[in-house]
Design a protein around this ligand. Sequence first.
Ligand code: MN
Length: 405
Amino acid sequence: MKIAIPEFCLVAVVASSEAEGLAFARRHFAAGEVVSRGSEAWPATAAELLAKRELVALDLSEAAVQKQIDVIRLAKRFYAQPVAIVICAPAGSPDQRTVRGLESTGFRPAHLVSVRDADAVEIERVRLPPDLRHEHGPFDIIGDVHGCADELEALLGRLGYRVRLEGSGDDRRAEVEPPPGRRAIFVGDFADRGPRSPDVLRIAMAMAAQGCALAVPGNHDVKLVKWLRGANVRLTHGLDLTVAQLAHEGTAFREAVRDFLLALPGHLWLEGGRLAVAHAGILEGMLGRASEVVREFCLYGDTEGETDETGLVVRYHWAAAYRGETAIVYGHTPVPTAEWVNGTLCIDTGCCFGGKLTALRWPEREVVSVAAARMYAQPGRPFGHPLARPAGHRPARQRRRPRYG
Ligand code: MN
């Protein structure tokens, strides 16, 4: 029997006794990963491991629900997935109920193992999708394209990629020949506002399929996926144009777009950990982790959902407080020029608003831009980084659904 768990997570082992749970943990996990609740300092020990992005296996036999909730909170503080392994007694025990209870408390998933299989079970550790530390450049990281296919073709040309778009209707195909050894990375927001969103997606999808591009989703892409799945979303912030453009495309293409966008990891952690790419940015403690909170931050940035006088969501300048060693390249917030701030670089230079489309060549750290042919949309507010969070700032408590801007 095999149990697949994320290679970074908090595993709660639940058995009929603490001794049995600990024995299982010690058999299947490394000594340094096993945390016993027998010691007073166990929360601090577990926190220390999770902070270092190391797996924690914790015996949780006979723990009350409140204790389970504390453990979930601990996992979430470090963006670790809380999973459970329930060792069930031979017969007549309410183990399915234990499993459902743990899942409703927040352990997902909770695996059930018969005590007879407890020794033979094989724990398989699965890499988290953003953890691509084994992937190395050189890369050409490309900012928010927003349907500006003319500028994307020009920029790829400047970077040495040969792009050919041929055919029409269902036969329209993109073929891209990269410079030897190089790969592109898209920071997301492929569609909306610009005149040729389907072609932008077609180029990016062809490159990804050929293995010469990686990508993360942007907030606009997530909303587009919702529309593609039939959800009732507001056709604002340029999505109306994308929907009109997609009316000329076949079902197969739309399904391919949906599947492509859905499969993208929330962020990319690359080059042995020296480089990360996320649409709206990422905090140091979130790197290589994959919780819902991390995904939301990568899509929308540092925001609490309040809106300003323009009706757009207030964004805070997370990069102003960034002190990490990992270089972070992102988009989302249009700036007049790409400039490094504390090891972070925003490469959204507002192409769709008449700015420019920008790429960062990595590891050269050379910025390459092409000017927009024209202004395709009116910006909702002036370009530039938002203000840093004021000291002692207490944001509004309730979190509204972010608006897409
Ligand atoms: Mn954008």
